[in-house]
Design a protein around this ligand. Sequence first.
Ligand SMILES: [Zn+2]
Length: 225
Amino acid sequence: MLRALINLLYPNLCASCQEVLLKNENVICYNCMLDIPRSSHYQDIENPVAKLFWGKIKLEMALSTFIFVKKGKVQRLMHELKYNGNTKVGELMGVELGKEIDKIEITDKVDVVVPVPLHKKKLKQRGYNQSVFIAIGVAKVLTCEINTTLLKRAERSESQTKKSKYERWENVGSAFTLTDASQYIGKHILLVDDVVTTGATLEACCKKLKEIKGVKLSVGTLASA
Ligand SMILES: [Zn+2]
């Protein structure tokens, strides 16, 4: 709350080190930007994030841009993005993700960027879905559209509120629903999220999106643990 207020009053501090930004710096200072550990997944299609989906779902590409380390720079920035209302962090880091995706040689260009939807309850608490801002940054570089309504979280029923049961439910892909999917028949959809750990949520989203005829899927996240 306090940090959210500080961000509002002093937008010209680096989101990572809190030093005053120079005139030509934006959100994250030049030094911090150079210092954020990167995974360079875009150089290797068989990277660890891509491997999470092997044998589960066919993807055109999967990658993360930054390396998430406990108490490290990326964790701090993710905290700024998710809990301190600093959505500019998402957009800026999304641009970095977009630049890497742009370097990958793929036959079918990305048509639309889809952010992983948040639970209704979380959305209400936070007031925004951080992944939407990441999608904005990515789409800016790839010059494609964003769709924030195609994929939705399904409402969970009483019997599914127990965590273990819910996780199982999420894994089979019924935790998400599709709306107005016909416009994406045969298109290439890029799913984006902040951090990937096991990949279970992204996999559930992909399984749902695969219901669209002839669709091609890719996954991009800001960071991986
Ligand atoms: Zn800095």
